[in-house]
Ligand binder design. Structure first.
Ligand SMILES: [Zn+2]
Length: 329
């Protein structure tokens, strides 16, 4: 059967990414800064315009490939978005940086404007689906995908499908408590993993301003130092940088020990800026899981970095459309 085309959209906080995907392969892409769309209506109108252009360019692409046909249709539009999403209703509850965004029925608005099915999901769920389809978790049935940045997000795949939980909020590994007491978190809890292995904590560890469980690491945002820079320093032999990754790996390893014991996944895929730390992070991380997790699941699990990188979410969005998921809108 001919592989169908899908238009994937990734509504990121910095950029809105668009891609034409054929099967699991990205054929073309474009990126627009999110700040170009100031309001809800501007963003929705912008998406409609871009998707129309991509569909019209698809006609030219098909003709160039000597497959002239009357009109090539796309199977649907797949959209990934950060935060809370009701994939069943096609509603995005909240979108940072966009004024007036509250409980917007994105799928139904876009379906009416474009005349094709529209599905959407949390971006980390789609990243997990993409890595499962064509990336580091290819062929796995049970996998956990973790994305690390300012926040720490997770997507869980069980039996080849996204596990969403009873109120669709599963996967929030960044808000797993890793200590009895600890810094307050904007999720409402305290002592969350994100406060220990998020970008701010990593930079704070390097600077020596990470003050441990009872205090916030408020000095961490001074000057611009990124995990990528700390990775470069580690490769040049900077001992503080090596120690930073060791501590981060051990702390993440502690949380992943829980994941390994609880879910017994075949693979845990890690993405985001920290993945570039390579052996400096993954060494202590794997060691910790090997030592602390139960023997059988610890021997089974592979802990690897993402393969598709920023493309994972776009491929995953196409997978979601092609999986035949339909929503009522
Ligand atoms: Zn939290």
């Amino acid at each position: 059967m001919r592989k169908k085309y899908v238009v994937s959209v990734d509504l990121g906080g910095t950029n809105v990414k668009f891609a034409l995907v054929k099967g699991k392969k990205i054929i073309s892409r474009r990126e627009i800064p999110t700040k170009a769309y100031k309001t809800k209506d501007a963003l929705l109108k912008g998406i409609v315009g871009e998707v129309r252009e991509i569909i019209s360019a698809l006609q030219t692409y098909e003709v160039c490939n000597y497959k002239p046909r009357r009109f090539v249709k796309v199977a649907g539009i797949g959209i990934g978005t950060p935060g809370l999403v009701d994939y069943k209703k096609g509603v995005v509850h909240h979108l940072v940086n966009i004024k007036g965004w509250k409980d917007v029925p994105v799928a139904s608005i876009l379906r009416k404007a474009l005349g094709v099915p529209v599905v959407l999901d949390n971006d980390v769920n789609l990243m997990a689906l993409g890595e499962l389809a064509a990336g580091a978790a290819k062929g796995a049935k049970n996998a956990v995908c973790i994305t690390m940045g300012t926040g720490v997000g997770g997507g869980i795949i069980i039996d080849g499908k996204i596990y969403r939980g009873s109120s669709l909020s599963a996967g929030e590994i960044g808000h797993t408590p890793v200590t009895l007491k600890g810094p307050k978190c904007n999720c409402g809890g305290w002592g969350c993993l994100e406060k220990y292995v998020g970008n701010k904590a990593i930079v704070g560890r390097y600077r020596g301003t990470f003050l441990g469980p009872r205090q916030n690491h408020s000095g961490a945002t001074k000057l611009r130092l990124t995990p990528e820079e700390i990775s470069r320093k580690a490769r040049r032999g900077d001992r503080a940088a090596v120690r930073t990754w060791k501590e981060t790996g051990e702390c993440l390893g502690m949380a992943l020990t829980g994941v390994v014991n609880l879910l017994n996944p075949e693979v845990i895929v890690i993405g985001g800026g920290v993945a570039g730390a390579g052996k400096f992070l993954f060494g202590p991380l794997r060691d910790t899981v090997r030592k602390r997790a139960m023997d059988l699941p610890a021997r089974t699990v592979k802990i690897v970095r993402v393969k598709l990188g920023n493309d994972a979410g776009l491929v995953g969005a196409a997978e979601l459309v092609l999986s035949g998921l339909r929503i009522k809108n």
